[in-house]
Design a protein around this ligand. Structure first.
Ligand code: B12
Length: 184
């Protein structure tokens, strides 16, 4: 997968993913073990100036499309309704797509609001819809804004709000989401 993403070989990335899924690999595992490490590596090498920006942009676009195609839709009753977003100023939408896939696979109804969302929009969405859980994917450092979002959603509206961080796993997210719903 690393080589395919570096070379921009979309057909290969898709066939690797499809083969793993047809062999029983979950979408969560595929993201955590197969997709995230090459992306992190591409980011690190881009930072060191070893890779052109286009390599990273091309790999991200391929992953975005791949995750769209393998979006899980399991059978069974949904645990609840979660909204997923990254806050205004954070343009990293891929972690929100990954969180969405992980929660959908764990039987959540997910409203995927994407990246660069102002806190006021999250509040408006939560007011207009019966949201049980707010999930914020955080990739860049936005401590004050994250606290503001948590206060607005959890503090004022009583909606449990989970905040991610780079390196946090989807399994962690799934466990925290279940825990937040049970409320213990
Ligand atoms: C792709 C990418 C971009 C793309 C994003 C495209 C897109 N559609 O998302 C673009 C080009 C927009 C971009 C822009 C920038 N980027 Co960038 N980017 C990346 C890259 C390569 C991958 C990001 C990604 O997809 N991460 C997902 C995976 C790989 O990582 P992860 O966060 O561990 O993912 C897991 C968690 O997020 C978890 N999760 C998600 N939500 C939640 C919620 C909860 C509650 C939990 C528990 C878990 C959870 O799920 C994921 C899967 O397990 C990273 C490299 C990296 N290490 O991440 C750099 C990186 C994040 N970017 C970086 C930088 C510096 C930038 C720019 C400032 C560059 C610039 N000079 O313009 C801008 C910032 C723009 C902005 N204002 O946001 C740095 C950040 C450094 C820092 N600590 O601040 C990184 C780390 C690269 C590096 N090594 O330097 N970037």
């Amino acid at each position: 997968m690393r080589r395919a993403l570096l070379e921009g070989d979309e057909t290969r990335t898709q066939s690797i993913a499809r083969q793993l899924i047809s062999n029983g690999t979950s979408v969560t595992t595929l993201i955590e073990r197969v997709v995230v490490p090459p992306l992190a590596d591409i980011g690190a090498r881009w930072r060191k100036g070893e890779l052109s920006i286009y390599v990273e942009h091309r790999a991200s676009a391929i992953v975005e499309r791949l995750l769209g195609e393998i979006s899980p839709n399991p059978r069974g009753r949904r645990r609840g309704r979660a909204m997923v977003a990254a806050l205004a100023g954070d343009l990293h939408s891929l972690p929100t797509t990954m969180a969405t896939a992980g929660l959908r696979e764990d039987n959540w109804h997910v409203d995927h609001l994407g990246a660069d969302i102002p806190v006021t929009e999250l509040e408006a969405f939560a007011t207009d819809h019966d949201v049980d859980l707010a999930v914020i994917s955080a990739t860049i450092s936005q401590r004050d804004l994250l606290e503001q979002a948590k206060e607005a959603l959890e503090g004022h509206r009583g909606i449990p709000t989970l905040v991610g961080r780079p390196g946090a796993t989807l399994s962690e997210l799934q466990a925290a989401a279940r825990h937040a719903l049970v409320g213990d």
